[in-house]
Ligand binder design. Structure first.
Ligand SMILES: CC(C)(COP(=O)(O)OP(=O)(O)OC[C@H]1O[C@@H](n2cnc3c(N)ncnc32)[C@H](O)[C@@H]1OP(=O)(O)O)[C@@H](O)C(=O)NCCC(=O)NCCS
Length: 278
């Protein structure tokens, strides 16, 4: 997939009603210029994206047009993406799988490692904005320290992604500093259809601090739909998220092929906007 294919790729991907816009796919192509693919028969009918963070390959946006499903196109796209990610030297390939995608990934050897609850919130004009006192705006120069914590939890350096995300909406990025140093951060950005929230990370045992980070980023969002995902076993994150006005929720699975990425520290990862999105 090349940059000029974006409109075609979006037509295919958005058949699912996912509402992606050019910047999200463009970001994938900026990070991994050769890692996204279209399946073109008589016309383009399938798409898949990938990005590499050191030893971890991430798969995103796998869609096949409804009219041609069940003919092996999904399988062909996934096999091609796996081959590409292996050629890039990754030892784990991860995906956040929908219920519909799960059987296909399972057939390729992916194993379910975690449940991730995806949520859309609707922030109305009358939504009370919750106070925060400890988080302060993140600066560009903080990104190195932020990516160090992010890397410890994620298992690989994602500086390039965090740098792009920061530049998109710096005013929605906050950090929390304690006597021990940087202890949490939250990043959000404006999209064409609303807002994406994540990554949202906080050192363990600091429920109140995590909530303040969420409030800080939400204070920078206007009215609209906010998308984020939460590890279901981080009970604190799920409880905090339940305070926001829910629009839609669905369950997905973190599936992994190759070296396990069991993310033992999900109590510190409060929110993600999907691994390919932050
Ligand atoms: C998931 C999806 C990409 C599969 O595409 P597809 O072209 O229909 O899949 P294929 O025809 O290549 O099927 C490959 C294998 O997976 C199996 N499979 C695919 N979808 C399945 C389903 N919903 N339930 C059970 N098995 C399924 C097929 O039986 C086939 O197995 P086989 O090789 O043993 O016959 C397609 O259904 C889709 O676009 N879904 C909506 C978007 C989505 O949820 N994407 C996944 C994002 S994580």
């Amino acid at each position: 997939m090349e940059l000029e294919d974006l409109p075609i790729a979006l037509d295919v991907i958005n058949e699912e009603g996912w509402g992606y816009t050019p910047p999200e796919i463009e970001r994938m192509l900026r990070l991994e210029p050769r890692g996204s693919f279209l399946y073109v028969g008589k016309e383009p009918v399938g798409a898949i994206t990938t990005v590499v963070h050191g030893p971890i390959g991430v798969i995103g946006h796998l869609v096949v047009s409804r009219k041609v499903r069940g003919h092996g196109i999904g399988k062909a796209l996934l096999s091609h993406a796996i081959e590409y990610l292996r050629s890039r030297g990754t030892d784990s390939i991860i995906v956040i799988a929908t219920d519909e995608g799960r059987p296909l990934y399972a057939k390729h050897g992916f194993k379910v490692e975690r449940e991730i609850l995806c949520k859309h919130f609707m922030l109305g004009a009358d939504q009370p904005r919750m106070p925060f006192s400890k988080p302060v705006p993140m600066r560009k120069s903080d990104l190195k320290a932020v990516s160090e914590i992010d890397g410890e939890l994620f298992g690989a350096d994602r500086f390039r992604l965090l740098d792009i995300l920061y530049d998109e909406t710096p005013e929605a990025c906050f950090k929390l500093v304690t006597d021990e140093g940087l202890s949490g951060f939250s990043m959000g950005r404006k999209t064409a259809t609303g807002f994406d929230f994540g990554p949202w990370v906080c050192r363990p045992g600091s429920y109140g601090d995590a909530e303040e980070l969420l409030n800080a980023t939400l204070s920078a969002f206007g009215q609209g739909k906010v998308y984020s995902g939460f590890f279901a076993d981080n009970r604190a994150a799920v409880r905090i998220s339940e305070k926001l006005p829910l629009f839609k929720m669905w369950s997905t699975k973190l599936m992994v092929l190759g070296k396990s990425r069991c993310y033992p520290d999900t109590d510190q990862i409060f929110g993600i906007a999907a691994f390919e999105l932050g």
